[in-house]
Design a protein around this ligand. Structure first.
Ligand code: ZN
Length: 407
């Protein structure tokens, strides 16, 4: 075996649900192919960050790929920016931006400006800001109301608070330094000037005058959050000597993959939503296998459905994943790894720290006695309990690519 298909089903695991007779959506789902992969391999439980730590999707993915988030995670902004194709240089500060609507007293009316989407003109107008106190300001349209923001120049820090108060009805916040150093204070002043400039430019823009005439909310300010600092990260190729490819619908996961030097391939119908065409993603992965050593497939739907409290939808979605996996059960010479980045509880509607099941499946693996791929049965598996960071070394060992310790 010399190749890996690495599937992360976002938020796949759950907790027992009364309406499902105490089963989780995974336990309740019809899933012959997941079970068959589990039977052909070994199973265990992963604490993606550590016991008792509720992971965000971003840090969980870094850990699953073997990159310690305590070292490599400085905030989500950089991955969002990279995900929409912005080029980051070490030292850049990336922020997540939202077009929003505020009133004359700077109170937030709508954090998404009526879920505005056609923002190309507005983004072009913002790019005319060019520089503030010598700091280059770059903007790129993201999906919907979202905008990637990069600050480039010397003396910047990511230790600054958000302008976006995250709550409608509140006033726009001032960015404040979170550490007592010159760089943080300077960056906060740049961000505050930038926010003011976006308000001036956007309020006067004819695009917004038209929106107001049509009774639509104007996108009259850019709210930023999640400042993070770009750093040099060793790529998958440099770190593991694996040529890696990412197949994902949602931007964040493409951003993480791109930050780790993976190639990205777009698949028609991969939406990052429950309607995503999972079969096409799996077929594309199989098609690309001869060219890559490591293919990461991200499947988002189960997480979103659980966050909406839709456990029946989640169960159905897991059945859709299962059906799409059929071609993988017949694949020779390829290691199949499938896990989740965290548990998403459909009753709590949030990520929890419960460990997630993982399977590693391939023809020359010592199997265990686990017949069913579930949260409940995974603890009986041969892999036992792993931290997210242990997964890549384990996989590399199965591939015969783990470095020798000692002589
Ligand atoms: Zn997630």
């Amino acid at each position: 075996m010399d190749r890996i298909i690495f599937i992360v089903c976002d938020g796949l695991a759950d907790r027992p649900i009364k309406e499902l007779q105490g089963k989780t959506p995974l336990e309740g789902a019809k899933k012959t192919n997941l079970d068959s992969l589990a039977q052909r391999g070994i199973v265990g439980l992963v604490h993606t960050i550590d016991r008792g730590v509720r992971p965000g999707s971003d840090v969980a993915h870094l850990a699953l790929f073997g990159y310690n988030p305590k070292v490599y995670y400085t905030g989500r902004g950089i991955f969002e920016a990279i995900g929409i194709g912005m080029d980051l240089r070490p030292g850049d500060i990336a922020l997540r931006g939202n077009f929003a609507t505020i009133d004359k007293k700077h109170k937030i009316i709508d954090r998404r400006a009526g879920r505005i989407d056609n923002t190309e003109e507005l983004v072009a107008a913002l790019n005319k800001i060019n520089k503030i106190e010598g700091i280059k300001c770059l903007f790129k349209k993201g999906t919907g109301h979202r905008v990637g923001v990069i600050l480039r120049g010397s003396g910047l820090s990511a230790k600054v608070s958000d302008v976006d108060p995250h709550i409608v009805g509140r006033n726009v916040s001032l960015s404040k330094p979170l550490e007592k150093d010159k760089k943080s204070a300077f960056t906060a002043t740049i961000i505050n000037q930038l926010t003011q400039k976006t308000h001036e430019i956007l309020s006067a823009h004819k695009f917004n005058t038209k929106r107001i005439k049509s009774n639509l909310k104007p996108a009259n300010i850019l709210l930023t959050r999640g400042a993070s600092k770009a750093m040099h990260i060793l790529s998958f190729k440099e770190r593991y000597d694996l040529k890696a490819l990412c197949i994902a619908g949602a931007g964040l996961y493409k951003g993480i993959a791109r930050a780790l030097g993976m190639d990205i391939i777009e698949v028609a119908g991969a939406t990052g939503k429950p309607d995503s065409d999972i079969s096409k993603k799996i077929q594309k992965a199989i098609q690309m296998l001869p060219k890559y050593d490591f293919i990461f497939i991200h499947i988002k739907g189960a997480d979103s459905l659980a966050e909406d409290g839709d456990f029946l939808g989640k169960k159905k979605f897991i059945e859709k994943i299962d059906a799409a996996l059929k071609p993988l059960t017949r694949l020779e010479d390829t290691l199949i790894v499938l896990t989740a980045d965290h548990t998403t509880s459909s009753t709590l509607r949030l990520h929890t720290a419960d460990p997630v099941p993982v399977l590693i499946s391939g023809y020359d693996i010592h199997t265990d006695d686990v017949l069913s791929f579930t949260e409940h049965d995974a603890y009986k598996g041969r892999l036992g309990h792993l931290r997210g960071l242990d997964l890549m070394p384990t996989i590399l060992d199965y591939l015969g690519r783990a470095p020798l310790y000692g002589a």
